[in-house]
Design a protein around this ligand. Structure first.
Ligand code: VIB
Length: 102
C-alpha cells in the first residue's frame, strides 16, 4: 500500500439532516470506487496504490457534494504517500482499537 488520504468534506447545509444527507452521498461515492475506506466521525480515510487516483477521488468529492445540493463546500485533506515502500495501512493503525468502546 503506497498511499492513503483522509478527507473531511464540509458542505454548507441548512441543518444537520441536510449535512448528513450530503455527506452520505459523498461516502456512497467513495464506496463506489471499490477502494478500502474507513468512515470516522470527522473524516473518511481511503487507501490505495495509485496516488493520482486518490487525489482524483478527493477532487470528485467536492463535485458530489455540490451535485447533492451544497451551495459551497470546504474540505480538509490529509495525505500519506510513500512511492517506494509501504505506508502504514488503516488496519495496521487502527485495527487493534476497533470494537473497543467505553
Ligand atoms: C468525507 C467525510 N467523511 C466523514 C465525515 C464526517 N461526518 C460528518 S456528518 C457524518 C454523518 C454521515 O451520515 C459524518 C460521518 C465528513 N465530514 N466527510
Amino acid at each position: 500500500m503506497s498511499a492513503s488520504i483522509a478527507i473531511q468534506v464540509l458542505p454548507a447545509a441548512e441543518n444537520d439532516q441536510e449535512l448528513i444527507r450530503i455527506v452520505d452521498e459523498v461516502i456512497a461515492y467513495i464506496a463506489s470506487t471499490g477502494l478500502r475506506y474507513e468512515v470516522g466521525p470527522f473524516e473518511t480515510t481511503i487507501e490505495g496504490d495509485d496516488y493520482d487516483q486518490l487525489m482524483m477521488i478527493a477532487k470528485e468529492c467536492q463535485h458530489v457534494a455540490v451535485r447533492a445540493g451544497a451551495q459551497k463546500v470546504s474540505a480538509y485533506i490529509k495525505v500519506a504517500y510513500q512511492p517506494e515502500g509501504e505506508i502504514l495501512t488503516i488496519d495496521q493503525k487502527i485495527g487493534k482499537y476497533q470494537n473497543k468502546k467505553h
